[in-house]
Write a protein that binds this ligand. Structure first.
Ligand code: PFF
Length: 442
C-alpha cells in the first residue's frame, strides 16, 4: 500500500473543505431559495439546521475519515465491518451524480464569463434568454463541460498537496475579497434597501411551509457538501493534531458567510433592476439570464461586475468540483489499487458520460439535482449520524479525545448525533420527499 498523502497544514485542510463547500450552491442557490421560501423564515431555518444538525454531522463525517484513514467507499466497512460496505457506495454514487451535472453548470458559467468579457452583455431579457439558449445546447455546452472536467482533472492529478491544497489556498481568499467588493458595490445601488428588506422580511407562516423546510435542508446539506463522503475523504488525509470540532466550525462559518454575502449582493441587484420576479423563476436559468440582463442596463460598470461575478463563480465552482472528483478517485485508488493518474482519467471520463443527459436536457439536470443533490445528501447525513452516534460511538469518542477535544464537547456531540440529529434529519427528509413529489405531480 502506498503511504497516504497528508495535508501540509491545518489551514490547507480547512481551505480545501471550505473550498468544496463554497460553490455555485452558495452564490446562486442561497439567494434563489431565500426568495422562494419567504426571506427571513428560510434564513432562520437554514441557520438553525446548520448549527443544530449539520455541525455535529460534519464532525462525524470528518471523524469517520480520519479514524479510518480511508476513502468514503471503504471507510464504513473498515470502521464497522463488511455489513456496512453498502453505505460506502452511497458516498461514491452521490458525488458521481452531482459531479456529472456540476461540470455542465460550470460550462455555462465559463461561457457567460467569456461572453461578458469579450462580447458584452445582452441588451434585455429576451436577448439574455436567447444567449442562454445558445450556451446551454449544442456544441458549446459540451465544450464548456469538457474544459471544466479537464481543468478539474488537472488539479486532482497533481494530488492532495500539490493540486487541491495549493489551489484552494489561493482561491479562497481571492473569492472572499471579490465577493466583499461586489456586496459593497451592490449596497450602493438605488434598490439596495428594498432588496435587503425582501431578504430579511419575516412571515411566520413561511417557517412551517414544506417547501421552505425542503429548501432550508437542501441548502444546508448541499452548500456544506455534507452527507456525500467529501469530508470523509478530505479528513482521511489528516493527522492527529487537528481538532475536528474547531475545523467544522471554521468550514461552516466560511460557507454560511459566503452564502449570506452572496444574498446581500444578489438581492440589491435584482431589486435595483426590477428583476425580483425572475430571481425565483428557476434554479438554474435565472442566474444566467436575469443577472446579465440586469447588469447590461448600466453599461461598462455592469459589464465589469458581470465579469467579476462569473469569474468568482467559476473559482468557487472549481474548488467544489475537485472535491467531487477526488472522492471517487480516492475510492478507486483504495479499492482497485490504481494509481492517481489512471484513476483520475477513468473517473473523469465516467463523469463526462454521466453528464451527457444533463448537458442536453435541463429538466434532466434539474431532476438529478433534486434527487441526488437534495435527497441523497440528506439521507447520507442521516446515516452518518446514526453510524457515528450508535454504531461506532466509542471510535468517535476515541478519535476526538486523541486529538484533545474536551469531554464537554465530546459529550455534546455524541448527544446530538444520537438523539437530536437523526429525528430532525428524518423529518426533514420525509417533508422534502413529499414536497418534491407533490411539486412534480402538480
Ligand atoms: N457545496 C457545493 C456548492 O455549494 O456549490 C456543491 C457541492 C460540492 C455539493 C460537493 C456536494 C459536494 F459533495
Amino acid at each position: 500500500m502506498p503511504i497516504r498523502e497528508q495535508w501540509r497544514s491545518r489551514w490547507g485542510f480547512v481551505f480545501a473543505a471550505a473550498g468544496s463547500a463554497v460553490g455555485l450552491g452558495n452564490l446562486w442557490g442561497f439567494a434563489y431559495r431565500a426568495s422562494e421560501g419567504g426571506g427571513a423564515a428560510f434564513l432562520l431555518l437554514y441557520i438553525l439546521i446548520v448549527l443544530v444538525v449539520c455541525l455535529p454531522v460534519l464532525v462525524a463525517e470528518m471523524v469517520l475519515g480520519r479514524s479510518t484513514g480511508s476513502s468514503s467507499l471503504v471507510a464504513p466497512a473498515k470502521a464497522a465491518g463488511s455489513r456496512w460496505g453498502v453505505m460506502g457506495w452511497l458516498f461514491v454514487i452521490a458525488p458521481l451524480g452531482i459531479g456529472s451535472y456540476y461540470a455542465v453548470l460550470m460550462g455555462w458559467t465559463l461561457d457567460t464569463f467569456f461572453h461578458s468579457l469579450f462580447v458584452g452583455l445582452p441588451a434585455d431579457k429576451t436577448e439574455a434568454a436567447a444567449f442562454f439558449g445558445s450556451i446551454s445546447s449544442g456544441g458549446s455546452v459540451l465544450i464548456g463541460q469538457i474544459i471544466s472536467l479537464v481543468l478539474t482533472a488537472i488539479v486532482v492529478v497533481a494530488g492532495v498537496r500539490g493540486g487541491i491544497e495549493r489551489l484552494t489556498r489561493w482561491c479562497m481568499p481571492i473569492l472572499f475579497i471579490l465577493l466583499l467588493g461586489l456586496a459593497f458595490w451592490a449596497s450602493t445601488l438605488s434598490g439596495a434597501l428594498e432588496g435587503y428588506k425582501a431578504l430579511l422580511s419575516w412571515d411566520g407562516s413561511e417557517f412551517f411551509k414544506p417547501s421552505t423546510v425542503r429548501n432550508a435542508f437542501a441548502q444546508a446539506f448541499f452548500s456544506l457538501s455534507l452527507g456525500i463522503g467529501i469530508m470523509i475523504t478530505y479528513a482521511s488525509y489528516l493527522g492527529r493534531q487537528n481538532k475536528l470540532p474547531k475545523e467544522a466550525i471554521a468550514v461552516a462559518s466560511l460557507d454560511t458567510a459566503v452564502g449570506l454575502l452572496a444574498g446581500l449582493m444578489i438581492f440589491p441587484i435584482m431589486f435595483s433592476f426590477g428583476l425580483n420576479e425572475s430571481i425565483s423563476e428557476s434554479t438554474i436559468g435565472a442566474l444566467f439570464i436575469a443577472l446579465p440582463a440586469g447588469l447590461g442596463t448600466i453599461g461598462i460598470t455592469g459589464r465589469i461586475v458581470a465579469v467579476i461575478f462569473f469569474a468568482l463563480a467559476y473559482i468557487a465552482a472549481i474548488t467544489s468540483s475537485i472535491s467531487l472528483l477526488e472522492v471517487p478517485v480516492s475510492s478507486v485508488m483504495d479499492r482497485l489499487g490504481w494509481n492517481r493518474t489512471k484513476s483520475v482519467i477513468g473517473v473523469t471520463f465516467l463523469l463526462f458520460l454521466l453528464g451527457l443527459p444533463s448537458a442536453f436536457d435541463i429538466n434532466f439536470l434539474d431532476k438529478t439535482d433534486k434527487i441526488v443533490g437534495q435527497l441523497l445528501l440528506i439521507l447520507g447525513g442521516f446515516l452518518l449520524s446514526i453510524f457515528l452516534g450508535w454504531v461506532i460511538p466509542r471510535k468517535f469518542d476515541e478519535d476526538l479525545s486523541n486529538s484533545n477535544s474536551s469531554l464537554r464537547v465530546r459529550r455534546y456531540l455524541k448527544f446530538m448525533l444520537r438523539w437530536v440529529s437523526p429525528p430532525i434529519i428524518a423529518c426533514g427528509f420525509i417533508v422534502s420527499l413529499i414536497d418534491l413529489f407533490q411539486n412534480w405531480s402538480s
